[in-house]
Design a binder for this molecule. Structure first.
Ligand SMILES: Cc1ncc(COP(=O)(O)O)c(C=O)c1O
Length: 393
């Protein structure tokens, strides 16, 4: 399957866009559907935002379409603007107390580290950060490294499914199962997974799983979700108490959803157009040979990673199976990461994240259907020139 189809995308053609991972990119038909929803909202806001005149049913249609994609029951997911707000709802709802422990890793997204830090400061709970053994090659070693840090005070296990700074695909299944068996709440940050890897959230069995649709599922910005196991739904407070909330959490919600769904989805006046565009994004992917595209993207990412590693001589952070398929973190020699990022953009128009993680300089490459082998060549040459990399042996 050939990739490199840029035409449906709205990205600036002057930019070599190698950072799908940060905020995604939305193809034109999906963006047009989004704008059609916005126009409809603006033409008759009162009718649009009346739950009984279509709004609640449209929200439910998105839940139904998305739930089939992620292996969940539609009543167990609620729409959120993004994964951060979904995870905030969880972190701020759990009844933690002084001395409780929140177990996490050294690969988490910085904003969520702040969220848990905030919660810990408020409650007196303690953050315990497990170091994941690198290179990550063995799911059992991953599970072991985490479970070795569990104590009788551990209340929460918080893990990314695909990590942000290191683009690893954490093999979370074993840790989720073992933590749940010990009565520990399992909270998973799946910001990068919907549309990127196959998901079966019911089979995974995490208590709370948040995801974004605006990254790899190709929706406009502002579409995410929270999946909560039915047993845990009554525990959750929405971040905003509004018309959708009611004190009796066992009664159906006021707008035809469950108490959980209505409390999370109806939180004051807002524009739900990005969320309502999820079915169109799913249809866009279905209309292509998406499995073939995803395979081609993964192969291009792997090949480019191999070429850069051959020039830097630095080993990969994981085996290929424990890496995000379309995103790869490439260790590069010691450098000023801001300088490198700016030079890549100013001199080559390459938009790509360059970051420092645990002391290591990293370039994080994303490959999406609009990228080309020529763009990969440009990246390899640009890095070689800027970092003075030797020619591969
Ligand atoms: C692992 C991870 N979690 C959470 C987020 C936050 O996503 P959002 O800003 O859409 O909430 C990101 C964003 O890149 C991420 O990489």
């Amino acid at each position: 399957m050939a990739i490199g189809f840029k035409q449906p995308f709205l990205l600036d053609p002057e930019v070599v866009f190698l950072n799908h991972g940060s905020f995604g990119a939305c193809p034109r038909p999906v963006f047009e559907r989004y704008q059609a929803w916005q126009l409809r909202l603006e033409r008759q806001p009162v009718a649009f935002l009346d739950p009984d005149r279509g709004y609640a049913a449209w929200m439910a249609e998105t839940r139904a379409a998305l739930s089939a994609e992620i292996g969940a029951r539609a009543d167990d997911i609620a729409g959120f603007t993004n994964a951060t707000s979904a995870l905030n709802a969880v972190a701020r709802s759990l009844p933690l107390a002084a001395g409780d422990e929140i177990l996490t890793t050294d690969h988490e997204y910085a904003a969520l580290d702040k969220t848990w830090g905030f919660v810990a400061a408020r409650t007196g709970a303690r953050i315990v950060t497990a170091r994941v053994p690198l290179p990550l090659t063995d799911p059992a070693a991953f599970t072991e490294a985490l479970m070795a840090r569990v104590t009788d005070r551990t209340r929460v296990l918080f893990l990314s499914h695909i990590t942000s700074p290191t683009a690893l695909l954490f093999p979370i299944e074993g840790a989720v199962a073992q933590a749940r068996a010990r009565g520990i709440w399992t909270v998973i940050d799946g910001a990068h997974t919907p549309g990127h890897i196959p998901l079966d959230l019911d089979a995974l069995g995490a208590d709370f799983y948040a995801g974004n649709c605006h990254k790899w599922l190709l929706t406009p910005k502002g579409a995410g979700f929270l999946h909560v196991r039915p047993e845990q739904q009554a525990l959750l407070d929405p971040l905003v108490i509004s018309h959708g909330w009611q004190p009796d959490r066992s009664a159906p919600g006021p707008f035809g959803g469950t108490a959980f769904v209505d409390a999370m989805e109806f939180q004051g006046t807002r524009d739900p157009s990005a969320w309502l565009s999820v079915p169109e994004a799913l249809a866009f992917r279905t209309a292509q040979d998406w499995d073939g595209i995803a395979r081609a993207c993964r192969d291009l990412a792997t090949g480019t990673g191999d070429r850069i590693a051959a020039r830097t001589g630095l080993p990969p952070l994981s085996s290929p199976d424990l890496r995000a398929p379309q995103m790869i973190a490439l260790p590069v020699p010691e450098c000023d990461v801001m300088w490198l990022k700016t030079r890549l953009y100013d001199r080559y128009a390459i938009e790509i994240p360059v970051l420092r993680w645990n002391g290591q300089a990293i370039v994080r490459l994303s490959v999406q259907c609009y990228n080309t082998p020529e763009e990969m060549d440009l990246l390899v040459d640009a890095l070689a020139e800027l970092l003075g990399l030797p020619v591969a042996a």
